[in-house]
Design a protein around this ligand. Structure first.
Ligand code: NAP
Length: 471
């Protein structure tokens, strides 16, 4: 299929008056020139979503589900092209881009099934002649704002649920990576999703676009994935029109390794939890908390695996870590590592930074006074602090305003249960470094946001309950 770079509004590809260039983070090569949506295009997209809503919500849920299943299949058929496109606009290693396409398709597939399971309920009335019936209705046209780190998956988690519920959508992808969202729209068009149900409005003016979406009474819900700072701002604005909001925000995941852990398992988990997408993930392990008794042994097993990581162009076979997405991300990682070193961290492994290619770094002797203990690193840096015992590890793990995911490694079943219950996060990985999967509810607590994506709960954010009392 040809590369699409125009905005997608009301079933039409709209070149727009202005364009912006999307570049490959590896070498700045131009990947595409994309429509830069202004107010007129965003208005047109909102109108289209509003007009399409009536017919889309009336379409039998099983038919909506069928279209989602076809969209999933279309993505998988086109997996190689989609993965290469993702690597070119985002920089990630091709094998990770392939994994992302499959992960994204799995949400369309999952919600294809969930569409037909948007069950209501009947409730015994208080009088013999009363019937109480509860149904679930789509909330209406939704604004979907997504980040650059998983251009397909972050949109698919929202779009799958929205479409299954009967909502129409206006998607605003990140300026750095708009091509993934446009490619999904192209496949949706191909499988027959009606005009106006999916609209995609790339723009260089996220703030104005966000404000416009939130100001429109036609838009009844915002689903946002991105930083906590922007999420907070959007939540405030959404209050003006009492819009439904779900927020998938930043994380600061603890990765706890207790003395009785299987260290090989812990190291394998660490490699996934830290280096997936070069550490540019909201569920990336940010703070390694290792029980003192086994800290040296853990590091000794970890280092060879870290040293074996291949850093390079994402499209090259064998690359494990592609470039970081932009210069700002590189500068942030550099700043956090320098700050930690200045405050006394030990460099256990270092790699030179070449352009945006940032090799893995391992730091020991980390303390809470270091910025990387408080901030999302969003890069391939392992920061290790030791803990005296389980209680100390738990206290350290919960000492953050974030609460997206926590990882814990221990062979002891009672400890597994205790820690899983006491860790303050929306998700816990016990003896695993990967928790993301379509059938489980993904989401955070505290400053990591609210709402859940995936699982049978994923539809909740896109539906409201209606109760009918009949005499
Ligand atoms: P970001 O700066 O908050 O951007 C996210 C999205 O919001 C982008 O589309 C961005 O557009 C847009 N945006 C920025 N400012 C806006 C404004 N004032 N009004 C409306 N929209 C605005 O976050 P990011 O740096 O792209 O992504 C990384 C963050 O996302 C990290 O904190 C990460 O943890 C989080 N994240 C969370 C999850 C989760 O599920 N919890 C998943 C992935 C990522 P432009 O890019 O065009 O500016």
């Amino acid at each position: 299929m040809p590369l699409v770079s125009d905005a997608f509004i009301d079933g039409r590809w709209v070149p727009g008056a202005a364009r912006f260039v999307v570049r490959d983070p590896f070498d700045d090569a131009q990947v595409a020139e994309v429509t830069d949506c202004g107010e007129a295009e965003v208005d047109a997209a909102i109108d289209a979503a509003a007009r399409a809503f009536g017919a889309w919500r009336q379409k039998p849920a099983l038919e909506r589900g069928k279209l989602l299943a076809q969209l999933a299949a279309a993505m998988l058929r086109d997996e190689r092209r989609l993965a290469e496109l993702c690597t070119r606009e985002n920089g990630k290693a091709l094998k990770e881009a392939v994994a992302e396409v499959r992960y994204a398709a799995s949400f369309f597939d999952w919600f294809a099934g969930e569409a037909g399971r948007a069950y209501g309920e009947t409730i015994p009335g208080s009088r013999p002649d009363q019937r109480i019936v509860v149904t679930r209705e789509p909330v209406g046209p939704c604004a979907l704002i997504t980040p650059w780190n998983f251009p397909y998956a972050m949109l698919a988690r929202k779009l799958g649920a929205a479409l299954a519920a009967g909502c129409t959508t206006v998607a605003k992808p990140a300026e750095l990576t708009p091509l993934g969202a446009l490619a999904i729209a192209q496949l949706a068009e191909q499988v027959g999703v009606p005009p106006g149900v999916i609209n995609v409005v790339p723009t260089t003016n996220a703030r104005r676009c966000g404000a416009q979406l939130l100001a429109s009474p036609a838009i009844r819900k915002l689903s946002f994935t991105g930083s906590t700072a922007v999420g907070r701002e959007l939540l405030r604005t959404a209050a003006d029109d009492i819009k439904r909001v779900s927020l998938e925000l930043g994380g600061n995941a603890p990765f706890v390794v207790l003395a009785d852990a299987d260290l090989d398992e812990a190291v394998a988990g660490a490699m996934v939890a830290k280096f997936r997408n070069g550490g540019q993930s909201c569920v990336a392990a940010n703070r390694f908390i290792v029980e003192r008794a086994i800290a040296d042994a853990f590091v000794a097993r970890l280092l060879p695996q870290v040293q074996a990581l291949v850093v390079g162009r994402g499209l090259d076979a064998g690359t494990d870590l592609g470039p970081l997405v932009d210069d700002r991300s590189v500068a942030k990682v550099r700043r956090l590592v320098e700050d930690a070193r200045a405050k006394g961290a030990t460099l256990l492994h270092d790699a030179p930074i070449r352009g945006r290619l940032v090799g893995p770094v391992v730091l020991g002797g980390v303390t809470p006074a270091m910025d990387l203990w408080r901030e999302e690193i969003f890069g391939p840096v392992i920061a290790i602090r030791t803990a005296a015992d389980e209680a100390d590890a738990l206290a350290q793990a919960n000492d953050t305003e974030y609460g997206l995911v926590a990882y814990v490694f221990t062979r002891d079943g009672a400890r597994q249960q205790r820690l899983a219950e006491r860790l303050e996060s929306g998700m816990v990985g016990v003896n695993t470094g990967l928790v993301s999967t379509a059938q489980a509810p993904f989401g955070g607590i505290k400053h990591s946001g609210f709402g859940r994506e995936g699982s049978r709960h994923g539809l909740d954010d896109y539906t409201h309950l209606k109760y009918v009392s009949t005499r």
